[in-house]
Design a protein around this ligand. Structure first.
Ligand code: ZN
Length: 301
């Protein structure tokens, strides 16, 4: 176990060094994932907070967000290539809805291999770890994958159309720079907001999101965000929300070759901010349930 853990730490260190120059093209940007994980970690109850800290390598000093982009970094490594299709869902062009049986598979048709299936899988691994029945999997990885994929499933263009790969093949300009529609939602909107409104300071952006959660425009919505009777069916709702938003706001009015600027930015930024917040609030809900329920079980036993 010690060997596995130290190997994993080495892999993490190597991956961070190796990936500094690799451009990520899938998933919320680094900033989006960091925000999702920071929001989640600040909402953890004491037992879940302790368990998360125990699972993290020492060098991040208890900061989950420091490793929330790790799954994006390793997906191109040959030994983690299996995880690459787990970051998204391709839905039929223009259907604007999501169906697990129809859509949750990889390009070869292997079932359950999509971001919804992955969230279920890693939730289940953590539950079995808590119950003491999973001695097989690396639970640090399970935590990092779950935390990352809860972010990805809330990025609307991660549940996009098949033919354009969630907007990746729709090339356009973001203001004056070349980009594509997927990347606009992964990164461009967030970085423009950071520059325009938050002095390029991620802490200020985070505080704005957290204010809206605790005492602001989303406060009344939190119970509906966290309402989940079955942890294994709720990701389906999150994916359904995303493809609806992808149709209503992502793809809407956009054609390859367009230049997207102020109008698109102003109308889509509130969606991006809310999705990051939802992902964080829901990740906290899942972790609190997974680790909190163990507490109840142990107490009852
Ligand atoms: Zn991702």
């Amino acid at each position: 176990m010690v060997i596995i853990r130290s190997c994993f730490k080495s892999i993490l260190v190597l991956s961070i060094v190796a990936s500094c120059w690799i451009l990520s093209v899938h998933g919320w940007s680094k900033e989006g994932h960091i925000l999702t994980c920071r929001i989640a970690q600040n909402l953890l109850e004491s037992r879940a907070a302790r368990e998360v800290e125990n699972l993290l390598p020492e060098y991040v000093e208890g900061d989950l967000s420091a490793l929330c982009t790790w799954p994006d970094k390793v997906r191109i490594w040959y030994n983690y290539r299996w995880s690459s299709p787990l970051h998204y869902i391709n839905t039929p062009d223009n259907a604007c809805n999501y169906n697990y049986m129809r859509d949750c598979h990889d390009q070869y048709g292997a079932e359950d291999r999509c971001v919804d299936g992955a969230i279920q899988n890693f939730t289940s691994q953590l539950q079995r770890y808590v119950a003491g029945t999973d001695l097989k999997h690396n639970m640090t990885e399970a935590l990092l994958f779950l935390s990352h994929f809860m972010g990805d499933i809330h990025q609307p263009m991660h549940v996009g159309f098949t033919s354009d790969e969630g907007g990746n093949t729709i090339e356009l300009r973001w203001f004056r720079r070349k980009s594509n529609l997927h990347h606009v939602w992964d990164r461009d909107i967030i970085l423009t907001a950071l520059a325009d409104y938050y002095d390029k300071n991620l802490d200020l952006f985070q505080r704005a999101l957290e204010r809206n959660i605790t005492d602001g425009s989303w406060t009344d919505d939190i119970p509906s965000w966290t309402n989940c009777s079955d942890l294994f069916s709720c990701p389906q709702t999150y994916a359904s929300e995303s493809i609806k938003l992808a149709c209503d706001y992502g793809y809407k009015g956009v054609t390859a070759g367009d230049t997207l600027s102020d109008e698109y930015f102003d109308s889509r930024l509130p969606i991006v901010m809310e999705r990051i917040a939802r992902g964080g609030v829901r990740l906290a809900m899942v972790l609190n349930r997974v680790f909190g329920e163990a507490h109840v079980d142990v107490a009852a036993a």
